[in-house]
Design a binder for this molecule. Sequence first.
Ligand code: B12
Ligand code: SF4
Length: 534
Amino acid sequence: MLPQSTKEITPPPSAPSINLRGEGELLAPPLRVIETEALQDMNQKQSDEKKMPHLKTKGPLRILLIKPHTYLTVAKRLNEFLHLEPLELEIVAGGIPAEDSVSIYDMTLEKKPMEVFHKKLDEIKPDIVGFTGYSNQSARVKELAKIVKHKYPSAIVVVGGIHAIIAPADYAVEDIDLIVRGEGGTTFREVIRRLKAGETPYFGYVALSRLDKDFQQKAATNPPAYPEVEEIPLPRRDIVERSRYFAVWTAAPSGRLETIFPRMASVRTSYGCKFNCAFCVVHHIMGRKYLERKPEDVVNEIANIQEEHIYFVDDETFLNEKRMTKVAELLLERGIKKKFVSWARADTIVRHPDMFRLWKKAGLEIVYVGLEAMDETRLKNYKKLTSVEINKKAVTTLQEIGLTLHASLMVDPSFSVEDFKSVEKTITDIRPAEISFTVFSPSPGTEIWHKHKEEFICDPYLFYDCMHTLLPTKLDMRLFYAHFARLYRLAWSTNPLRVNKIKVPGREIVRAIVNGTKYIFALRAIHRDYYPKK
Ligand code: B12
Ligand code: SF4
């Protein structure tokens, strides 16, 4: 059973002007400050200063970065098909000075995460603990922070990641010292410098402390801008157990695959997206900016990666045709042989088939496309700025080029049985393809989140995974999830492995079938997460 809670959610005012480093002007100070208020302020500041975290260690620091596990069974089950390295923490680690020691503990890998968590804390006795977290992990982050403070009261707890960016006030609890918004590698490095220098560790709009008297106001602004991409540290891939990360792979040019669960590395070539899809949080966190790494930098990073398979974890990789064409050319020129998987918008594929042809030569094999719906009204409501025609064309273009399609479709809480039937028809129309489904959910921080906030039927952070509906379903919820799970079951019939009769090791087929069945059961059971166990 998931803990339930109710929250006051207020829309953020527009952000004050901020520069690229995320440091900004505070809102105008009160016009009239009476003496007693000033005195109270000073006393408060002095007592807050005492509470401010200070390093107890002189010399090199011991830093532990943690990716927490989740409560949600469905998110855990997804990890059995797709488990990517904690790139966010590797980048944060990349900014830590060489003299300090840093470890990453990915709790999502463990069968008994809490046991290992205690063990790691006792082994490392950290001076600083950094947590990352999605919204559905925020309650877990707070729980873990409490344990850290209980065991090692002098450890400084810093929280970053997507939830800290969009809902920093949710982390304003006693056990969390600093909340980092926006890019973390550059900010964490500066936090460490300040701590070592004995300076106040919170600063600007990027490193917040609840002890700052302006905290509420700062936390209520829109997310701060990212720094220049060249300033973002390179990920420390060497400090994670690389053999544990993989993603399911169904592309097989020869009709045979050595493995369908190859080891996988992640690479980020850009940040943000210029589009504004209603269900997506990216335009909110990046202010619709699209920050691009130089092709040479991307290719140098890829050249140094040991894994053959690479997942581009950009929000939208191929938005700039010129840049991505250059990346493919450099990969070919330098003879770098890798296999790539990436997301791409349907309209980008339709507009630039030649870029995808070139990328096929450079090693691209699987393309994830957020088709979302094969229905004009829904596409319009989702502000996707594509059409059914474009979606169909994207599917045939990828097929012509010989790229494996992973189609992502969205179901809506307002779905009737007929709506589910029409998605079932889409499944048969776009074969062969990997297909996955999500439930339309207002993302914390976005316009539609504020629009729908009175309608949420559950804790909208804890349940935000694009699988648990936040809004009431038109169908009875049990029936809704029975239909939803059925979509996944039907999708197997169009899977390229099956349609193209790809030969794979027998034990891996068993693993895929067992995990697939467990996943479908977890999907059918989602409705139970909403109600207390009897
Ligand atoms: C790639 C990706 C995935 C990958 C996994 C990536 C991974 N490493 O595990 C896959 C496809 C598997 C995936 C799955 C899911 N994802 Co996802 N994913 C993304 C995507 C597109 C990029 C994430 C990424 O790798 N970024 C690269 C890293 C380097 O950047 P970063 O995370 O922003 O980290 C920086 C800062 O946040 C900060 N920072 C981060 N942590 C910390 C910690 C400290 C201490 C500090 C100081 C700073 C700091 O510094 C980092 C470096 O610059 C994002 C979109 C986005 N822009 O965030 C969605 C996104 C994060 N995913 C999301 C969701 C919901 C999911 C799922 C729950 C969906 C599902 N249907 O099940 C699952 C959960 C998987 C899980 N592990 O639990 C949501 C989360 C929203 C939210 N409010 O929580 C996002 C934002 C997408 C969206 N449109 O809403 N995802
Ligand atoms: S869904 Fe994709 S295209 Fe739409 S705003 Fe998000 S990242 Fe951009």
